[in-house]
Design a protein around this ligand. Sequence first.
Ligand code: ATP
Length: 199
Amino acid sequence: MKIIGLTGGIGSGKSTVSRFLDELGAVIIDADKVGHEAYKPDTEVWREVVASFGRQILTPSGDIDRKKLGEIVFGNSESLSRLNQIMHPRMYDMVKTQLEEYRRQGVDVVILEAPLLMEVDWAALVDEVWVTIAPQSTVLRRLKEYSGLSEQQSLARIRSQLSSAEREKHADVVINNDGDLNELKSKVDKLWQALALDT
Ligand code: ATP
C-alpha cells in the first residue's frame, strides 16, 4: 500500500486534487474530518477542549462550534498550541488505526489530505509528500469567491501558515495549481499514472 500525504496552503487546491484522486480510485483520509470525529460530544477530546476553552465554544446542542473555537485560537499562539496538544495525538492515533485498517483490506493507494501535515510531523505516516501551491494573487481571488474572506483576512491566514517555499523544500511532488481546473486534472492524471507504474 502506498500512502501519499497531500498538503498545501489555504486555497491552494488540496481538496480539489483529493477529489480527482478519489475519482481515479485512491482512498482518501481527510484530516479535517478526522478532527471533527475526534471531538464529537462526550469524547475525551471534547471534554478536554471544553475544560480548556469553556462552554461558550459549544453550540446549543453541545457540539464544538469550530467557528467560535477558531476565533479564539486564530492569532493566539498560546491557545492554538493548547488546542493542538489536545487534538493532535488523538488524531494521529485515529489516522494510524485507519491506515492499518486500509492495509488489512488490501487498499493500493491512500491519500492523507492534511493541511498541517508538515507542522504536526505526520510525515512519518506517509511514503511521499505532495504539495499543492498556487500564486498568492490566485489564492486571494479564489478565497474571495468561495469563502467570502476579505483580502486582509485572507492575507492574515496565509501569513499564519508555512510559506509555499518552505513546503516545497519538504515535498516529493509539487503540484503547481496556477492554471484552470482542466490543467490541474491533467497534472493529477499524470501523477496517478506514474504512481500506478510504481505500485
Ligand atoms: P482550503 O485550505 O481552504 O481547504 P484547499 O487547498 O483545499 O483549500 P480547494 O478547496 O481545492 O483548496 O480550492 C479552493 C477553491 O478554489 C475551490 O472553490 C476550488 O473549486 C477552486 N479551485 C481550485 N483549483 C482551481 C483551479 N485550478 N481553477 C479554478 N478554481 C480552482
